[in-house]
Design a protein around this ligand. Structure first.
Ligand code: KE4
Length: 429
């Protein structure tokens, strides 16, 4: 039987819940049939029908140097030839940790995990253990993976599918998660006033990408920093998406604000499963085996994943890498704005390093409430018109998209030409 996306999706749904292993891949926010990817190279992916796409998902962030970069593949292949996993210390873990400590000055020690969820979850447990406090503050629309305490008014697929507060999370646990509004310092100040000495941490995506890309208002993070310091709570920057993506030193490099802990993921694995927590030894030392906050993982620090991360960080550390990436991203979003305007479509777009957002509303949203005002119908029409034209965006109106160093003039021009046609469809409404 001819292999098609539809036939593979029908087959997958028999044995995989929703046909996927991560909810956002199921195309439920945009409708239609997910593309089953057969292979990828540079800025491109090909589905099982042989159709080629310019890829702006990039595995949701990790593929910042493009797919199958020869230096990354070579390092992974070489590591594989010496063993896939040892369950024992390996020098590659030290090498990648040293590099992260060099790039993030406040990070003196690192603990690797196998996902961003584990990193955020472990950072949360560490904050509770370090402070002896139970309550946490997060922000509506921010997503920190799938740990129970963090699936409260979360972003990403939880938001897109209308379940920001997941079923299965006991009320007795969720009640300790206080949900503030991003870019609204008063909403945070109120919680500290109401719960003096009870709040272990404030966890935030410093430059959110899971309610689409939102720029922090001037002074917002400085205000969070001051409130956390004053009240003895830890400030945790979840840079799983923004780290090594909006700048080599992540959002905290752009903002000039230093958190107490940082969660990492995505780029530091170069496409392999890696997450990490980083921070001063005085806080990180609370983790087992030194401290009493238990943390572990069979494949944490896996040598192949470490090799991919080391190779990727070498490539993005080259002089001018982020200047070039930002130039490409800015050219793309400027071109999208121009073509939308030519079609009279209410639209805006912005980029920060290799991370970008597009919105069917006249200006980029600066809050969760404004994100909700975008025209999701127009986005869906735009999305599918682009997909048919060989351009693959994240299948959700509340997700950032990603540009890699493999995206060049040819891919940007092809994308803008496709967008010109897609805006005509989006406007039809
Ligand atoms: P993972 O457990 O998916 O590796 O990381 C969770 C996570 C934590 N923190 C932030 C800021 C994140 O963006 C993520 C994961 N991002 C989503 C994309 N919105 C991953 C895509 C997916 O869920 O399949």
């Amino acid at each position: 039987m001819t292999q098609t996306n539809a036939s593979e999706f029908e087959r997958a749904q028999k044995v995989l819940v929703g046909g996927v292993n991560s909810a956002v891949r199921a195309f439920r926010a945009v409708g239609g049939t997910p593309r089953f990817i057969a292979r990828a190279e540079g800025p491109y992916m090909w589905d099982v029908e042989g159709k080629r796409y310019v890829d702006y998902v990039g595995s949701w962030g990790p593929m910042i140097v493009g797919h199958t970069h020869p230096q990354v593949v070579a390092r992974v292949t070489e590591a594989a030839s010496r063993g896939l996993s040892f369950g024992a210390p390996n020098v590659l873990e030290t090498v990648l940790a040293e590099r992260i400590c060099e790039i993030f000055p406040h990070v003196e020690q690192v603990r690797f995990t196998s996902s961003g969820t584990e990193a955020a979850m472990s950072a949360l447990r560490l904050a509770r253990g370090h402070t002896g406090r139970t309550k946490i503050i997060k922000f509506e629309g921010c997503y920190h993976g799938t740990a129970d305490s963090l699936l409260v008014k979360a972003g990403s697929g939880a938001l897109a599918f209308g379940t920001p507060s997941s079923a299965g999370v006991p009320d007795d646990l969720a009640k300790h998660t206080l949900v503030a509004q991003f870019n609204d310092l008063d909403s945070v100040r109120t919680f500290f006033d109401q719960h003096p000495d009870e709040i272990a941490c404030v966890m935030v995506e410093p430059m959110p990408g899971n309610m689409n890309l939102i720029q922090p208002a001037p002074g917002f993070h400085e205000g969070l920093r001051e409130l956390c310091t004053r009240h003895g709570a830890l400030l945790i920057f979840d840079e799983v998406m923004s780290g090594f993506r909006v700048a080599l030193g992540g959002a905290q490099e752009r903002l000039g604000v230093t958190p107490d802990l940082t969660a990492f993921g995505k780029v530091i694995g170069g496409g392999m499963p890696v997450g990490a927590i980083g921070g001063p030894a005085s806080v990180m030392g609370g983790l087992s085996p030194l401290g009493t906050v238990y943390q572990a993982g069979t494949l944490s620090g896996n040598p192949l994943a470490m090799a991919a991360g080391i190779a990727t960080l070498e490539l993005i550390s080259e002089p001018g890498f982020f200047d070039a990436l930002d130039t490409t991203s800015q050219r793309l979003v400027a071109g999208l704005r121009e073509r939308a305007a030519a079609h009279g479509v209410p639209f805006s777009a912005q980029a920060a390093g290799g991370m970008a957002g597009l919105y069917f509303r006249a200006t980029p949203p600066s809050s969760f409430a404004e994100v909700q005002q975008a025209d999701t119908g127009a986005f869906k029409r735009f999305y599918h018109a682009l997909l048919e034209d060989g351009v693959y965006l994240p299948p959700s109106p509340v997700e950032a998209f990603f540009v890699s160093s493999a995206h060049g003039d040819e891919q940007i021009q092809a994308t803008l030409d496709a967008a010109d046609r897609a805006f005509a469809v989006a406007r039809e409404g």
